[in-house]
Write a protein that binds this ligand. Structure first.
Ligand code: ADP
Length: 327
């Protein structure tokens, strides 16, 4: 038997985290490791909330939203003392390997405990915000995007019936990624994101021109981290500048975006990254995040003939992943 790996989910939850835990557990067991689930993120590491996981304990989790080992935010883990207590609990169970599914905050904590205690640690990007450098895709993002778009399609119906402007605030913390792609997918008239500081006059003008052209409904997306404030702050600005004749409503999608069964894409990404995290650990890697690449903004220019002359293959790694995860 090889060493014991601990796995935890940390920070904000997102659909697909269960699929990632399942992939970590089944891959680890498949290549001979023992695997321990840590309840409630770093808080669980500090308190020794460990439970042994086996192949069956992750059955029927792939399709479930949330995270069955739960997550938490831990103030104590931000201190060296907290991390030392966490390490002592790990050491007492013979654990020197840790896989953390979370966002950049979680990765800072992981990096600290690696450097301070010499453990081996790997991060798996799990956040609906898709705000991490180094991966084109984070676990939970696709489901959250689809949830937001589904809600906005419904809001569009009522907006059109009443000639209304709807301002819809979406999550994303300091990033406008979720907001921008929600805007693209829902055909919004404007998107306010923290990455862009001068969109207000442009969006204002676009709304006014749209009205003149006879547009019946308007959707404006606001990233929660926009520097002008959230949905209500932007409503006040637009009401002031568009005038009282505009019927403006605000909808905050909020935690709705975190829930629900993961989309097929999130299940695939989570399975892939959970699998790759264990394989990377087995190769001795540490202090890294496994990133998912080649999705957004990847455009290929392909000679037409290649589309039938060349064969799209399924890699041996993908087949190995499937075999391990389907155990
Ligand atoms: P996310 O991982 O989704 O970015 P948070 O920022 O809330 O979520 O971080 C999750 C947890 O990671 C925190 O509750 C804390 O325990 C740990 N953490 C966050 N930032 C740091 C930091 N700078 N140093 C050490 N640990 C951190």
């Amino acid at each position: 038997m090889k060493d014991t790996i601990a796995v935890l989910t940390s920070g904000g939850d997102g659909p697909g985290m269960n699929a990632a835990v399942r992939a970590v557990v089944r891959t680890a067991i498949g290549i001979g490791y023992d695997i321990i689930g840590v309840r409630r993120g770093y808080e669980g590491l500090i308190n020794g909330w460990f439970e042994e996981l086996d192949i069956r304990s992750v059955g029927n989790t792939l399709n479930r939203g949330g995270t069955f080992i739960q997550t938490a935010r831990s103030k104590r883990f931000k201190t060296e003392e907290g991390r030392r207590v966490a390490y002592e609990h790990m050491a007492s169970r013979g654990i020197n390997k840790l896989i953390v599914i979370g966002g950049d905050g979680s990765f800072r904590g992981l990096n600290d405990i690696i450097l301070e205690n010499g453990i081996q640690g790997i991060g798996v990007p799990g956040t609906i915000d898709n705000d991490l450098y180094g991966t084109e895709y984070t676990i939970g993002y696709d489901t959250a995007l689809n949830t937001a778009v589904e809600c906005i399609d419904k809001i569009r119906d009522t907006a059109t019936s009443h000639d209304r402007l709807f301002i819809i605030e979406v999550m994303g913390r300091h990033s406008g990624y979720l907001a921008m792609y929600t805007g693209i997918s829902s055909g919004a008239e404007g998107v306010f994101i923290p990455e862009s500081k001068d969109e207000y006059p442009y969006i204002l003008q676009k709304l006014q021109e749209g009205k003149k052209k006879g547009k019946k409904s308007f959707i404006v997306i606001v990233a929660e981290g926009d520097e002008l404030g959230g949905g209500f702050a932007i409503k006040d600005l637009l009401q002031r500048d568009l005038g009282e004749s505009w019927d403006i409503r605000v909808s905050i999608l909020g935690h709705l975006q975190r829930g629900g069964a993961p989309s097929a894409m999130d299940r695939v990404v989570a399975s892939r990254l959970g699998y790759e995290a264990v394989m990377a650990m087995d190769r001795g890697m540490s202090g890294i995040m496994v990133g998912y690449t080649c999705m957004n903004e990847c455009v290929n220019y392909v000679p037409l003939a290649e589309t039938w002359e060349k064969k799209k293959t399924i890699s041996d790694t993908t087949i190995d992943m499937f075999n391990k995860l389907s155990s």
